[in-house]
Ligand binder design. Structure first.
Ligand code: NAP
Length: 307
């Protein structure tokens, strides 16, 4: 079996956990899977869906036989979730996670599990949905997964984790946790903050304008609403845990926004045109790397925005 893991335990069975469990079932069929979620309703639904071979009633039961544990809980819950399973974790098990910020998760996990191998990771793949019904086995296919090994990580264990994510279909890059947080602050966290802001601004407008905002949303607003529909718990935790990098990127963004504001005020079309031409090239780069759909309107199949 690829990646060498015989028993994978998934803690947290929402979008990411459900997808990891499904993907292991599909792409690593020889591995045994166990799952656990703090919510009894989610555990019951996970059983109905057959997300893992066994859905355990306690975190300890889920990890007792595991050689790989994948924590798929909100970033702020990583420490408590790791502490809850520490006593039952086999000595040789590797612990990883899928959290969207990495430096704070690395600290939380190594504090909770000082005697275990911990190698955090972040599959840069997801949707605005959450919960056990939202996941699917192909979520990671052709998406990047960033593995952030601590400086003293055993290279053989890093290789095992890289092989695991590759088996699930991901392309894998390794980098240190601080660099990850800076990169993701601009590629993911800041865009979410902007989307939450602009959708919030629109929802504060008086009622008649609001209905027009919805009616004419295909003008651009609609694409922000998808991002702004993302899970509030997850994103609260992301901003609290990646505070410094987000604030640094926000500072740069504010300066650039002020520059564009000035260009508009001064009627400086050249500055606006140069800026927009540069950003268009970035979009082309994303399409060329296979990270989005080049069809007009993101390949939406009808006027309702169904994909
Ligand atoms: P989700 O669908 O809300 O699933 C998280 C699940 O974890 C929930 O069922 C939650 O139960 C459970 N949980 C919370 N605390 C727990 C604990 N201490 N022990 C066991 N289970 C616990 O969220 P998600 O979108 O899968 O996100 C999970 C992680 O993936 C986050 O760290 C996020 O940053 C990361 N991530 C998300 C995306 C994305 O697009 N969504 C992409 C990449 C990475 P309750 O609902 O009862 O709290």
């Amino acid at each position: 079996m690829s990646a060498g893991f015989r028993h994978v335990a998934v803690i947290g069975l929402g979008l990411l956990g459900g997808s990891v469990a499904r993907a292991v079932g599909q792409y690593l069929p020889d591995a045994v899977t166990t799952g656990y979620d703090a919510s009894p309703e989610v555990r019951a639904r996970a059983r109905e869906l057959g997300l893992a071979d066994t859905i355990a009633e306690t975190p300890g039961e889920a990890v007792a036989q595991a050689d790989l544990v994948v924590l798929c809980v909100p970033v702020g819950a990583m420490g408590p979730a790791a502490r809850a399973l520490a006593a039952d974790l086999p000595a040789g098990a590797l612990v990883t996670d899928v959290g969207s910020s990495k430096a704070s998760v690395m600290r939380a996990l190594t504090e909770a599990l000082p005697d275990h191998a911990v190698i955090p990771a972040h599959p840069v793949a997801g949707t605005e949905q959450s919960g056990p019904d939202a996941g699917f086995a192909t979520l990671f296919r052709n998406r990047w997964c960033i593995v952030t090994p601590p400086a003293d990580a055993d290279p053989a264990r890093v290789a095992d984790l890289v092989a695991f994510w590759e088996a699930l279909g991901a392309r894998v890059e390794t980098m240190d946790a601080e660099h990850h947080d800076l990169v993701l602050a601009v590629t993911s966290h800041l865009p979410h903050l902007i989307a939450y802001t602009i959708v919030g601004t629109a929802s504060d407008l008086e009622e008649v304008t609001q209905s027009e905002v919805i009616k004419y949303s295909a003008g651009g607003f609609r694409d922000f609403t998808r991002i702004a529909a993302s899970d509030p718990t997850m994103w609260r935790d992301v901003f609290l845990s990646n505070r410094d990098a987000v604030l640094e990127m926000l500072q740069r963004f504010t300066e650039d926004l002020t520059g564009l504001q000035k260009a508009i005020r001064k009627g400086d079309g050249d500055t606006l045109f140069e800026h927009f031409a540069r950003t268009r090239a970035i979009r082309r780069g994303i399409i060329e790397m296979g990270q989005d759909d080049a069809r007009p309107d993101f390949g939406r199949s009808d006027h309702n925005g169904a994909r």
